[in-house]
Ligand binder design. Sequence first.
Ligand SMILES: *Cc1c(COP(=O)(O)O)cnc(C)c1O
Length: 378
Amino acid sequence: MYPVYRPYLSGKEQQYVSECLDSSWISSRGDFIRKFEIQFADFVGVRHATTVCNGTVALHLAMLAIGIGPGDEVIVPTLTYVASANMIVQTGATPVFVDSIESTWQIDPSAVKRAITPRTKAVMVVHLYGASCDMEAICKICTEHGLLLIEDCAEAFGTFYRDKHVGTFGDVSTFSFFGNKTITTGEGGMVVSNNAEVLNKAYHLKTQAVSPSQEYWHDTVGYNYRMTNICAAIGFAQLEQANYVLERKQQLAAWYDRYLVDLPVRRQAEPPRSTHSWWLYSILVSQELRDSLRLHLRNRAVETRPLFPPVHAFPHYECGLEFPVAQCISKSGLSLPSYPDLTESDVQIISSKVREFFEVREGCRTEIADCGLTKLVN
Ligand SMILES: *Cc1c(COP(=O)(O)O)cnc(C)c1O
């Protein structure tokens, strides 16, 4: 079976974890925490980084650190993983959903503009599947309207927009190191910012809001969102091979592009002058065929993943609005196996099974999904 993902753990992960065990520094104190944070900040090109125990709480902490709370509205794409919206709710603020761009599947800047109200405090962009959002347009809107910017980079380690790593545009940004993310610590996350005050606030809240000057004195209601030294040891080893992993992923995307070239599938596009990091190589096919293609592949030992359902589709987030592009992308899309160890011959085999699916349907309706608004309105 070709799984959708499998972490690449061929570096010094085991050695560094053993060092934690041998030294007995297994909780959230220990050298690997600091080393991982420094190396990570350096890789991304951001001044400050603090580790947390997963990418979900990273979002919560990031928003608390820039002062998002009850009464605020935060604009977020409906096409995202549910954690982005859940954490807005956890701060007491209200998520305001917007639609996506058809080609890149990312938050639509013109929809953001239309969603601004006097209560809008921030925009949360989510760089989905390894591609970047249109940061020029988003940054311009945030500056013009005095809005804060949060970047959810959980799926975008190694993604660049015009030579800057994503996560360096916002007031605060977050990463996830879950087992299927581009680099992993098992469970883990990071909050980054160029603003020292924001990062100090995040650090304070993640460590039970303990006073920096008085032991066991807590300044406000805090959290324990700390990462363990064991996880940081894995993360530090992952960073040592991050460039290799990212190169492998560029390579596998190029192979898929080559072997799927003349089929009725369309892969996710990236904005001009940006670098896609290919967390998951994902494609759109005709909406009616998506599930049968997934079944065809599953029966041939290829695991796939549907794209996220739009968050407004969950009953507890229902808002009475339609988001036609996001809905269409979600129903037409799937992710193919995208782990760094895949060889060219693996990609060739997987692609040939996709080809086989379309060949038996020759003559049937096999055009690619058109998620463009004009077509949907007609
Ligand atoms: C994975 C992910 C998260 C959450 O990360 P966890 O580490 O699993 O909590 C948040 N947002 C997006 C877009 C993700 O893909």
